[in-house]
Design a protein around this ligand. Structure first.
Ligand code: B12
Length: 143
């Protein structure tokens, strides 16, 4: 499976995301491929809707995972809406905001899933189950 991580980081310092780094490592060890898109003006101007959708289509991910801190939530909402238009891949929200405000995220209807807290085991298991078309409902940390 190909997992595209989206890291909304608008108006903020260019940052290394340790959470995504951990998840990318364990996903690769499990045989999956991983891509990262950090949206930060220090890397490139933030994309408009058309450019965002074009790149998501080019990446053609099987799963799109957003890594979100709370102050990036409004921007995340915009990006998730565009991602919904660009792809049928499940949208998963993780990171500190999923731990702090999981119900609020799910109520928007934009994300298919949240994973709360540490996700090295939960997200790999989630991707495996999706790949095997198995039920993910009982997975730990999943909303
Ligand atoms: C290191 C750190 C930084 C670093 C790196 C940040 C980064 N994005 O990695 C730097 C210095 C850049 C930084 C900057 C900021 N930080 Co900071 N930072 C931390 C700190 C101390 C540790 C985070 C960490 O690396 N944990 C270890 C990694 C492995 O865990 P993780 O990131 O949580 O990821 C795991 C899960 O969340 C999950 N996960 C993460 N992403 C995803 C994605 C998917 C799809 C899935 C399924 C799961 C998932 O799986 C990961 C592995 O288990 C935390 C405090 C804390 N104890 O959490 C504050 C913290 C995250 N920071 C905070 C804040 C406020 C900021 C800044 C806004 C500060 C500022 N005013 O500029 C900026 C925001 C930058 C940004 N856009 O991310 C707050 C966030 C509060 C909130 N509700 O959002 C925290 C919680 C501190 C606090 N208690 O206030 N930070």
């Amino acid at each position: 499976m190909k997992i595209l991580f989206v890291y909304p980081n608008a108006g903020s310092q260019l940052g290394f995301n340790y959470g995504i780094a951990h998840l990318a490592a364990v996903l690769k060890q499990a045989g999956h491929s991983v891509a990262l898109w950090q949206l930060c003006e220090e890397i490139a101007p933030l994309p408009g809707k058309d450019a965002f959708i074009r790149r998501i289509k080019q990446e053609a991910p099987d799963v799109i995972g957003f890594s979100v801190v709370t102050h990036q939530w409004p921007y995340t909402l915009q990006l998730a809406g565009w991602a919904r238009e660009a792809s049928d891949a499940p949208l998963v929200c993780g990171g500190i905001h999923a731990l702090a405000a999981g119900s609020e995220i799910l109520r928007t209807g934009l994300f298919d899933y949240i994973i709360r807290g540490e996700a090295e085991e939960a997200f790999v298991e989630f991707v495996h189950k999706l790949e095997r078309r198995e039920n993910v409902a009982e997975l730990p940390n999943l909303g």
